[in-house]
Design a protein around this ligand. Structure first.
Ligand SMILES: [Zn+2]
Ligand SMILES: [Zn+2]
Length: 264
């Protein structure tokens, strides 16, 4: 089985990303209710009972809302680093010890032939991390919830075949919008979220000849729009002489609709 994925849901209303390869099936984050998660799995033709584990990126509610219920219902192992476990444990309800596992930051864990590499990000959570998925020479990067994209992160995520990448807000919409100033300052800070422009600039540093698809993810409902995100990222990439629309394409993700299961 090739490396495949679906962004089941993405955004501040809830995140969940499905990844499979080599008969192993993983879910990153469960930011929606257990019931909605079951519906999303039906839509991509997969059964949550077949999952080999839930990976948790960080303890913000848009990433863990459904973790406890979903893990109990389908008897799934949960993987998170120690600080994330401490920060989220009280919000999960009781999880049997045999379903709790540590997945440290900057560790590679192998699920059959699917290798998952975690890397730390700058974001206002206990110890947030995201992942590179490796299988049969293919590389898929999942990176959202980043205050900024450091050179260290760029080194880790360089040269992937596909990216699921944060494109959180349009700077002008955020500046002009209704959010209180302290919230705006948090989003714009080094531990907040990546804007459309900054996403494009970071991507232009990591894209390589084999990159074929980029999914713009974790769009703000209040401070972004799908078309605006895509057009802004496209324009900045073109300004950087990147072959957008030729070698690789940009794709939308949705808060409640899964992207079709796609081979990397
Ligand atoms: Zn988030
Ligand atoms: Zn977050």
């Amino acid at each position: 089985m090739s490396l495949r994925f679906s962004v089941l849901a993405s955004g501040s209303t809830g995140n969940a990303i499905y990844v499979e390869a080599d008969d192993k099936k993983l879910l990153v984050d469960v930011g929606l209710s257990g019931k909605k998660m079951d519906e999303l799995f039906t839509e991509i033709g997969r059964n949550p009972k077949e999952l080999d584990g839930i990976l948790v990126s960080h303890e913000h509610s848009d990433h863990i809302k459904g973790v406890g219920v979903f893990a109990r219902k389908h008897k799934l192992p949960i993987y998170a680093n120690e600080k994330t476990w401490l920060a989220m444990e009280n919000n999960l309800g009781t999880i049997p010890t045999d379903q709790k596992f540590i997945f440290a930051t900057e560790e590679v864990k192998s699920f059959g032939g699917l290798d998952v590499e975690s890397f730390g990000v700058s974001h206002d959570a206990a110890e947030p991390m995201f992942y590179c998925f490796h299988h049969a020479g293919k590389k898929l990067v999942l990176a959202t919830d980043m205050g900024y994209v450091s050179e260290r992160i760029k080194g880790t995520i360089k040269g992937a075949d596909m990216y699921i990448f944060e494109s959180n807000h349009d700077l002008n919409m955020l500046r002009m919008g209704r959010y209180p100033w302290n919230v705006k300052r948090r989003i714009l800070s080094d531990v907040g979220h990546v804007s459309n422009e900054d996403a494009a600039l970071a991507l232009s540093d990591v894209i390589s000849d084999n990159t074929s698809r980029i999914y713009l993810a974790h769009l703000s409902l209040d401070n972004n729009m799908k078309d605006l995100a895509r057009l802004t990222v496209e324009q900045v990439l073109k300004e950087q002489d990147m072959p957008v629309g030729e070698q690789f394409e940009l794709f939308d993700t949705d808060p409640l609709k899964p992207t079709p299961l796609t081979s990397v």
